[in-house]
Design a protein. Structure first.
Length: 212
């Protein structure tokens, strides 16, 4: 099964992708990870991408598509895959279709913006050991201090409320047309992203026609 997982930053795509991987035994393909791998290995595509990145420009769609095409041709993708973080635009969705990737199902995890902001702006990380906490759901024993090593906790810039709000605006602008594109194709399922992890997994499995 070839699946695209859509959802706002903090909607739980990574967690739900793990549940699908566990069930179906297919890989999760992240364009960010592919790009990092090419850069690390110094491939021809990676060096081309590095030129754009070092000059402060976005890596063009056609270069990302070439990397994606190479990744999807590997043996572990024979029985399907999950695409995470791609496509972000209608142009990318069309490029995916042009390269012959026949997507079976697109699942959009629908979560209220205020819930996303609450989840993300409450995150805290340890500067020393990297342990994660949350001001509401996973509080440290002593406020602002890591339980494991006693180092101070901090809030990543990415998790600050104003940054999260700005990211959500961009997400909606880019992703709503992508959802409309796949709705027209007849393969989009919208899934309520509110509730416990297991409740959301159950809804996603139902949308994919997977039995527990």
């Amino acid at each position: 099964m070839k699946i695209i997982l859509l959802g706002a930053p903090g909607a739980g795509k990574g967690t739900q992708a793990e549940k699908i991987i566990e069930k179906l035994g297919i890989p999760s393909i992240s364009t960010g990870n592919i790009l990092r791998e090419h850069l690390k290995n110094g491939t021809e595509l990676g060096e081309k991408a590095r030129g754009y990145m070092e000059s402060g420009n976005l890596v063009p769609d056609d270069l990302i598509i070439d990397m994606l095409k190479a990744r999807l041709s590997k043996d572990d993708c024979e029985n399907g895959y999950i695409l995470d973080g791609y496509p972000r635009t209608v142009a990318q969705a069309e490029a995916l279709k042009d390269m012959g990737a026949a997507i079976d199902k697109v699942v959009s995890i629908e979560t209220e913006d205020e819930a996303i902001i609450g989840r993300m702006s409450g995150r805290r990380s340890c500067k020393n050991c990297g342990a994660s906490y949350h001001t509401l759901f996973n509080k440290p024993q002593k406020e602002g201090i890591c339980d494991k090593c006693g180092a101070p906790l901090f809030q990543r810039d990415d998790d600050k409320e104003e940054t999260v709000r700005a990211r959500l605006v961009v997400f909606h602008e880019q992703t709503e047309p992508v959802k409309a594109y796949y709705e027209k194709e007849g393969i989009l399922s919208k899934v309520d992203g509110m509730g416990t992890i297991s409740e959301i997994t159950e809804r996603i499995f139902a949308a994919l026609g997977i039995t527990e």
